[in-house]
Design a protein around this ligand. Sequence first.
Ligand code: AGP
Length: 619
Amino acid sequence: MCGIIGYIGNKEASKILISGLEKLEYRGYDSAGLAVIDNKENKTSEINRNNNGNKTNNGNKTNNNNNNTLHIFKSKGRVSRLYSAILPGKIGIGHTRWATHGLPADKNSHPFLDEKKEFAVVHNGIIENYLELKEELREQGVQFSSETDSEVIVHLLAKHYSGDVKDAVLKTIRRLKGAYAFCVLKNNSEEIIGARNGSPLVIGLGNNENFFASDVSALVEHTKNVVYLNDFELSRIRHKDVEIFDFNGKKKELKIKKIDWDLEQAQKSGYKHFMLKEIFEQPQVIAESLKLELEIKKIPFLMPKKAEEFENKSLQKIILVACGTASYAGLVGKYLIEKIARIPVINETASEFRYKDPLVSKDDIVIAISQSGETADTLAAIRLAKQRGAKTLGFINVIDSTIAREVDHVIYTRAGLEIGVASTKAFTSQLVCLYLLAFQLAGKKMNSSSLIEKIKETLSLNKEIKELSEQYFNYSNFLYIGRNMNFPLALEGALKLKEISYIHAEAYPAGELKHGPIALVSEETPTLALCPQDEVYDKTLSNIEEIKARKGKVIALATQGDEKIKQVADNIIFIPKTDPIFYPLLSAIPLQLFAYHLADRKECDIDKPRNLAKSVTVE
Ligand code: AGP
C-alpha cells in the first residue's frame, strides 16, 4: 500500500521522483522521502525536517573517498513536502508511505539507510518475520533508527554485501518472509536494484534513462514501454540497460509491454476531485464494459450449457472472491446469476475465504473481482483456489496486474484509470461484467438498450443530491437498507459514505430491521432506503413506514412516477424507470453522489481519505 519509485538517467532525479510519487500518493500518504546519489560532492548527508518542514539537523556528514554521495530527505506528511529539499543527483529512489508498522513519523519514513550510510532502501509490503530478523541484527550490534519492519532490509543488505549489490539482494531476500517490492540504491554506484514478491513493481524503459515504480501511472509521462516484474524476480537498471533475474540469479528475458493510455486521462479534467470525474465517466465506462459480451461468451470453461452441468453436479459451484466494494459487486453477481441462470453461487470475502480451509475443488470455478488486481487477500484466495485445482477467472481493471496474470482467464473490466481511493466506475464496470456473465450462463441475450441514457439521466440528479446533502451532512450515523439486490447496494452506499465522509453508516437487509437494528432508529439516525419499484417494493415500503412510526428520517431511492413513496419518505431521490433487473446499476450513482457531496460539504479529503489507500497489497 505504499508507492515506490526509482530513476537513473541524465536528468536531475529529484523532481522526476517527486512527480512520480505524486501519481502514487493514492497508495498511501502518511510520509514521503527520497534518496539521491550526487556524483559531484564528496559527503553523505541525511536531512530530516520537523513537522514545520524545518531542518532538524544538518544530517550526518561523513566524508568518504569516492566521487559519489548519497543524500536522503524524508518527512512525515505529503509528497509535496519533498519539493522543499530538492537533492542534487541523477540517480535516486523515492517512497510515499501507508503506515503498517510504526506511526507516521520522520523516523519511520522511507528511505532507510544502513549504519554506514552506504545503502538506501524503499519498500512496499510487510516483512512478516521482521521481529526475529531485527533481534538477530541487534545481537550483532546493529542500531535501528525506526519502528518499522522495512528497515531490516537495508541492514541485511549491508551485512550481505561483498562487492555486488545484486548478490547482496539475492542473499537478503532468502531471509525475508512476507510481501515486498523494494528498491536499493548503493552509494558510489551507477545502478538501482528492484525486487518483488507479492507487491507490484514495474520497470519503465526510457531513452538513456530507466525507471522503477509501483505502477505505470508514475511512468507514463516518461515512457510507454514497461516491463512488469513477476513475483520472485529482481531487476538491475542502469542508464543504458535493464536486466531481470530470478531469485536464483538466473537471467531472464525482458517482456516489454506498451501502455495504451496517457497522463491526460489521469488528470481531473476540470472536476474538483478524481472521484467526481470518475462518477461522471460511468456512461462511457458502462458502454465500454457492455462491449465485453463477446469476450465473456468465449470464457473457455463457462459456456451457456453450464446450467445443466451444474444440475448434474459435473460442475459444483461458482465462487466469487473479492474485498470491499468489489465484494459488494460480487454479492449483486450472486443474486443475478442465481436468478437469471439458476446456478448456485457463493460470494466470499477474500480475507475470510483464504483462512477458512474453504470447500473448493477442481470442479469449481473461482472468480476474482478486483479493480487493482493487486489486493493481497484476493490474490491469496485465487492462489488457494488454484492449489485446489479450481478453474480461475478474473474480472480485473488494471491491465497486467498480478491477479490478472495469475488467473486462468482474465476479463478486463475497461473502467480505465481509477485514481479516487473510493471505487465508483470500477464498481459499475464490475456489475456490468456480472450481468453479462449471468445472461451468458443462462444462454440468454441481455437487453441493455436505453441503459446508457438512463445512466446519464441518473447523473443529472447531481445538483439535487448536492442540495440534499446540505440537510444531512451534520448527522453522525446513518442506516442503509434494501431488499434482494438492493441490499448489496445498501452495503456499497454505506461503505462509500463511511470511507470518504467518515460518517458512520450501517447497511442491513430491510427485512432484518425488526430483528434488532430498528433500535437504532431515532431522529438522530436517518435511513437511506433503496425502494425502487421492483418485486420487493411493497415490503420495503412497509419497512419505511416502520421507521417513520419511530420518528426516523427516511431518504428513499425510488422510481420516477412513484406516488406512494411520497406519502412516507422525508426526501426522495427518483431514479429513471427501467427493467427492475437493472436498478442496481442505476442506484449505484445516487449513492456515490450522496456520499461525495456529504464528504465535500464536510471538506474531507475525498480522493485520499484518511487511513485508506487505493490498493490494499498487504494483509
Ligand atoms: C472501494 O471504495 C474501497 N476503497 C475498497 O473497498 C476496495 O474496493 C477494496 O479494497 C478492493 O480493492 P480491489 O477492487 O482493487 O481489489
